[in-house]
Design a protein around this ligand. Structure first.
Ligand code: C2E
Ligand code: CA
Ligand code: CA
Ligand code: CA
Length: 275
C-alpha cells in the first residue's frame, strides 16, 4: 500500500530539485546575458579548397557565464528556443555579423559571413524584409551574408518555408543547408527547397579515414544538383587531401583555424591567404 510508487518524497528527490533549480537559474542568467549583450560571436574561416584562399566566415555564438564558465551553444540555443529568447538572440547575431562583415569589407577583406538560423526563428522572428533591412543598414550587398539552416527548418509549414527561402534567394542571399546527411531525407528536401550550398556534417568528415565512400557520394550527388559543398570539421591534412581530390569546393575546420574572436580574425585571414 505504501510502496515506493506512492512515496510523495520521490517527487522531491534532491537531485531532481537541484536539476530544476539549475535550469531555472540558467534561464534567468541567459535572459540577463541577452539583455546585457553578453553573448559574443566568434568567427571560423571557410576556405576555398581550390585556391586555398579565405572565402567566408561562420559566425558562432559564445556565452561566457560569470560563474559557470563557457556554456556551449548546444545547451543555450535550445534553452533560448524554449523560453522565447531565440528571436532576440537571432536579431543580435545577424546585426553583429553584418557589422563585422561591413567592417572587414572596409578593410579590404571581401568575404561573406554565414549566420546560423534556428527553426523557431522562421518566419515570424526573422522575416526576409527585416533581414534585408539589416543588410541595407550596414551598407552590405546581399552576397555578404549567407544563412545556414538545418533540416529542422524544413519540417515547418512547407509553403511558408519555401517562400522564406525563395524571397531571400531572389534578393541575392545564399541559403546553406547545415548538418547535411544527419537527418532523414536530405535529398528529397533539396528538391523541394531549392538551396545554394550544403554543409557536410563533421561526423562524416571524421569517419573519412575508415571509409570515405559516403562523403564521395554526397559530393558527387550534390554537385550534379548544381550545389556547392562545404565540408566542416576538417582537422587533418589527410582529410583535406581526400576532399580536394573528390572535388569538394570549400572547407572549414580546426586544420585551418578554430573559431576566433573578431579582433583576431584579420591576422587569421592573412595567415590563411599567405600559407
Ligand atoms: P554548427 O552550425 O554545425 O557549427 C559547427 C560546430 O563545429 C561549431 O561548434 C564549431 O566550433 C565546431 N567545429 C568547427 N570546426 C571543427 C573541427 O575541426 N572539429 C570539431 N570537432 N568541431 C569543429 P559550436 O561553436 O560549439 O556550435 C555548436 C552548434 O551551436 C552549431 O553547430 C549551431 O548549430 C549552434 N549555434 C552556434 N551559434 C549559433 C547561432 O548564432 N545561432 C543558432 N541558431 N545556432 C548557433
Ligand atoms: Ca592556403
Ligand atoms: Ca552552422
Ligand atoms: Ca554543421
Amino acid at each position: 500500500r505504501h510502496g515506493v510508487q506512492t512515496n510523495p518524497y520521490l517527487f522531491f528527490h534532491p537531485e531532481l530539485l537541484k536539476q530544476a533549480e539549475y535550469r531555472r537559474r540558467l534561464e534567468d542568467d541567459l535572459r540577463l546575458a541577452v539583455e546585457q549583450r553578453e553573448l559574443k560571436l566568434v568567427f571560423q574561416p571557410i576556405v576555398d579548397l581550390r585556391t586555398g584562399l579565405l572565402a567566408g566566415a561562420e559566425a558562432l555564438l559564445r556565452w561566457q557565464h560569470p560563474e559557470r564558465g563557457a556554456i556551449s551553444p548546444e545547451v543555450f540555443i535550445p534553452l533560448a528556443e524554449r523560453i522565447g529568447l531565440i528571436g532576440e538572440i537571432g536579431r543580435q547575431v545577424l546585426n553583429e555579423a553584418c557589422r563585422q562583415a561591413a567592417h572587414w569589407r572596409q578593410d579590404g577583406l571581401d568575404i561573406y559571413v554565414s549566420v546560423n538560423v534556428s527553426a523557431s526563428q522562421i518566419p515570424e522572428e526573422l522575416p526576409p524584409e527585416s533581414i534585408l533591412e539589416t543588410l541595407r543598414r550596414h551598407g552590405l550587398p546581399s552576397q555578404a551574408i549567407a544563412l545556414e539552416i538545418t533540416e529542422g527548418v524544413l519540417m515547418g509549414n512547407i509553403s511558408v518555408v519555401q517562400n522564406w527561402i525563395a524571397q531571400l534567394r531572389a534578393a541575392g542571399l545564399r541559403i546553406y543547408l547545415d548538418d547535411f546527411g544527419t537527418g532523414y531525407s536530405s535529398l528529397s528536401y533539396l528538391k523541394r527547397f531549392p538551396m545554394d550550398t550544403v554543409k557536410v556534417d563533421k561526423s562524416f568528415i571524421m569517419d573519412m579515414s575508415d571509409d570515405h565512400t559516403l562523403v564521395d557520394a554526397i559530393i558527387t550527388m550534390t554537385g550534379s544538383l548544381g550545389l556547392t559543398v562545404v565540408a566542416e570539421g576538417i582537422e587533418e591534412i589527410e582529410q583535406l587531401d581526400l576532399l580536394r581530390a573528390m572535388g569538394c569546393g570549400y572547407g572549414q575546420g580546426y586544420l585551418f583555424s578554430r573559431p576566433v574572436a573578431a579582433a583576431d580574425f584579420m591576422a587569421t585571414a592573412r595567415r590563411i591567404n599567405t600559407d
